[in-house]
Design a protein around this ligand. Structure first.
Ligand SMILES: Nc1ncnc2c1ncn2[C@@H]1O[C@H](COP(=O)(O)OP(=O)(O)OP(=O)(O)O)[C@@H](O)[C@H]1O
Ligand SMILES: O=P(O)(O)OC[C@H]1O[C@](O)(CO)[C@@H](O)[C@@H]1O
Ligand SMILES: [Mg+2]
Length: 342
């Protein structure tokens, strides 16, 4: 069996552990030949790849990023030629199948290619944890740890100056990082893309914290909108898929809070710090197991599926289960923590 592997979408901690897991199981145990495309679908288009064997993946589990690189290039661009173009490249390289490592967008593409008759297997990753069909994705635990440390640090400087500190974390459509880091760090207000709040409500919470003699800590996901805002805050430019780059909501909120409450406020945007660096032990284990499971699923011919964590078990689910809808923060999880705000 000859298998190609690629990473698509944003990088995240744990990618290298997943690549290593798939290669050790696939090449050493199951006898596959494996190659890794450089920079996602761009590597397929440009015929740019490296052989993957035990030597290529030596010692990479603790490394952040991905040895293969990644991009948001689509296989459906004119240059790539869609499913037919991918089939041609696979035939040239004598590939029996592909493992696509990525989030919701990547697995949507995997499903489209699978429906076009290409043997594809999905391996889930994303710091946002918004991919359905799996309990957790690797990268999320590391991002939450980094965001929690940021909250702990902002709290001491905020308390010293009696300020309101507003921390913006990633989360385009789902607020999992904000929710978990905010709970771990004891933030007094947590604002998620799924649940708009009014400016009056946010300021009421902030004032109640100040009235108790504490300095308010607000965590906000980049995709959050205040009630009445037409759209989310964006920065100049588009991402590799032509979507607006999100970000800036903390810088919108901090001056509004300061003006309305009289509490001096500061905004911090954590940005890509939460996507880089070494993965936590939890993410390394999850990623390694996901890689191993991907190789086993390939061996079993489970094309059109995605590796999934269910409870403590690695399973596979149809790709459609993963991409039909986004895994948003459910209302029950938000209500549970919202009662503690202020
Ligand atoms: N519906 C779609 N049709 C065609 N191409 C798509 C579609 N959705 C995603 N893609 C392609 O797949 C790429 C990866 O998707 P996306 O950028 O959303 O990353 P992801 O895999 O969801 O990871 P993350 O969002 O966690 O960074 C996109 O940049 C785009 O090129
Ligand atoms: O700067 P980039 O690579 O476009 O990625 C930003 C996006 O990536 C994500 O972290 C997902 O990986 C989103 O939360 C965020 O909007
Ligand atoms: Mg995505």
């Amino acid at each position: 069996m000859r298998i190609g592997m690629l990473v698509s979408g944003g990088d995240c901690p744990g990618l290298n552990a997943a690549i290593r897991g798939a290669v050790l199981r696939g090449v050493d145990v199951l006898g596959f030949e494996m190659i890794g495309f450089i920079d996602g679908w761009r590597g397929v288009i440009e015929d740019n790849w490296i052989p993957l064997d035990r030597r290529a993946v030596r010692g990479i589990s603790p490394l952040g990023g991905t040895i293969l690189g990644t991009s948001r290039v689509s296989p459906f661009s004119d240059e790539a030629g869609g499913a037919e173009g991918i089939k041609r490249r696979m035939a040239e390289l004598e590939l029996d199948g592909l493992i696509t490592i990525g989030g919701n967008g990547t697995q949507t593409v995997a499903m489209m290619l699978s429906e076009a008759g290409i043997p594809v297997l999905g391996l889930p990753k994303t710091i946002d944890n918004d991919l359905d069909g799996t309990d957790f994705t690797f990268g999320f635990d590391t991002a939450v740890s980094i965001a929690t440390e940021a909250i702990d640090r902002l709290r001491t400087t905020g308390e010293s100056h009696r300020r309101c500190m507003v921390l913006e974390v990633m989360g385009r459509d789902a607020g999992w990082i904000a929710l978990h880091a905010g709970m771990a760090g004891g933030a007094q207000v947590i604002l998620l893309p799924e649940f708009p709040e009014s400016v009056e409500q946010v300021c009421t919470w902030v004032e109640s914290v100040r009235d108790r003699g504490r300095s308010p800590l607000v965590v906000v996901a980049e995709g959050f909108r205040l009630e009445g805002m037409d759209s989310v805050s964006t920065r100049a430019g588009l991402d590799g898929f032509g979507r607006p780059r999100l970000g800036g909501i903390a810088e919108v909120l901090a001056p509004i809070i300061e003006e309305r409450t009289g509490i001096e406020s500061r905004a911090t945007v954590l940005g890509h710090v939460q996507r880089g660096g070494v993965p936590t032990a939890f993410d390394r284990v999850l990623a390694t197991r996901a890689g191993i499971k991907a190789a086993d699923a390939v061996q079993a011919g489970e094309w059109g599926t995605m590796v999934s964590l269910r409870g403590n078990e690695m399973e596979t689910v149809p790709l459609s289960d993963a991409v039909d809808k986004l895994k948003s923060v459910p209302e029950s999880r938000y209500e549970e923590v919202r009662l503690l705000f202020g």
